[in-house]
Design a protein around this ligand. Structure first.
Ligand SMILES: C[S@@+](CC[C@H](N)C(=O)[O-])C[C@H]1O[C@@H](n2cnc3c(N)ncnc32)[C@H](O)[C@@H]1O
Length: 198
């Protein structure tokens, strides 16, 4: 299983604000592009992929939305409107949830009021964690096990404290070269590297 976590620090947890923020400073389109490149290939979708979107611009709790491609019956279109519609539906389903609750949204999609730190602590139990970082080990030189999990941010960097948490959890930094890429472009290159090793 390949797992991608996008920590979307600027993304609103209110569905209306999220949809309005496409093309603004919050850049909600980053979520759609990342989801699209993680799940879809031409004329099909990938199997054995899980994506977590963690939306952090909130009045109460972060929302962690989990998409499991194999369990999604109605993946819908791969355009921004469809993909952000899925995210918005999960946000609407999460209204009124208390801390650390989980709700099903539709087949293959769940929403939780869980922070990024808590999520990675859970994932560390049965995944190999990798933080995408231009100064990390070149991805070509990195061995991967069965359950790699790739951690990405939107345009706002991880806070410094997070790196301490990730170090403690044994997360390794991996690089895709010196150019600063979009999170969604990193996803494509990670898939490519893992595809060529299959
Ligand atoms: C647009 S970048 C984030 C930019 C942000 N201002 C920063 O300094 O981290 C989005 C994500 O892609 C990752 N990323 C971008 N280029 C990369 C590269 N060449 N190698 C590895 N990760 C990269 C970043 O680490 C981040 O998780």
């Amino acid at each position: 299983m390949r797992t991608f976590v996008l920590r979307a620090r600027a993304a609103p947890t209110d569905s209306r604000k999220l949809l309005e923020s496409v093309g603004t400073e919050a850049h909600a389109e980053i979520l759609a592009h990342t989801l699209m490149n993680a799940i879809f290939v031409a004329q099909s979708h990938r199997t054995e992929v899980v994506v977590f979107l963690v939306l952090e611009s909130t009045a109460d709790y972060s929302r962690t939305i989990r998409f499991e491609a194999d369990a999604m019956h109605d993946i819908g279109g791969f355009d921004e409107r469809s993909l952000l519609g899925k995210v918005g539906k999960a946000l609407d389903a999460s209204v009124g949830m208390g801390k650390d609750e989980t709700r099903p949204v539709e087949s293959g999609v769940t929403v939780r009021t869980t922070s990024f730190e808590r999520l990675v602590q859970e994932l560390a139990m049965d995944h190999q964690l990798f933080v995408m970082d231009r100064k990390g080990t070149p991805i070509r030189d990195q061995p991967f096990g069965d359950n790699p999990c790739f951690l990405l941010t939107d345009h706002i960097p991880m806070p410094k404290n997070t790196f301490h948490t990730l170090d403690r959890l044994g997360a390794q930094k991996i690089s895709l070269g010196a150019k600063m890429l979009f999170a969604s472009q990193c996803v494509v290159l990670v898939h490519h590297e893992l595809d060529r090793r299959e």
